[in-house]
Design a protein around this ligand. Sequence first.
Ligand code: HEC
Length: 112
Amino acid sequence: MKAAGGTLALALGLAVAGCEAAPATVTFADASITLPGDPIDLPEGPGRQAVVENCTACHSPSTMLQQPRVSREKWEDIARKMIAVYKAPVDPAAIPAIADYMVAVQADQTAP
Ligand code: HEC
């Protein structure tokens, strides 16, 4: 116990010394940061709104567009997995539209 008390006193001493060294007034400048924009947007098409409302809260458009090309069934599975595994607030009624849209935009992209 004695040793611990000594350590505490030393720590306080250092803290006080630190305060004395600080300037009397501290002014905080306004700071703002600009996050890099995502240059890629989801192309127009049926079901786009469903993807925007249900998926882009967590995934950027470019992430969505850079997924491996999979079947419509697989997209439905992925959307259901988001709900089951990641507790994503995806509207189950929107899943068919999401799958349609993802298949359509992937088909439009030139093969990698
Ligand atoms: C609540 C946040 C959240 C929402 C909303 C969400 N996801 Fe995800 N998603 C995740 C997390 C977390 C992962 C796993 C980590 C990662 O790969 O980024 C993931 C992974 C993925 C992956 C990578 C492959 C896989 O199977 O793990 C795909 C594709 C995907 N999500 C598609 C979607 C689609 C489509 C939607 C809309 C229906 C959606 N996500 C909505 C959180 C979310």
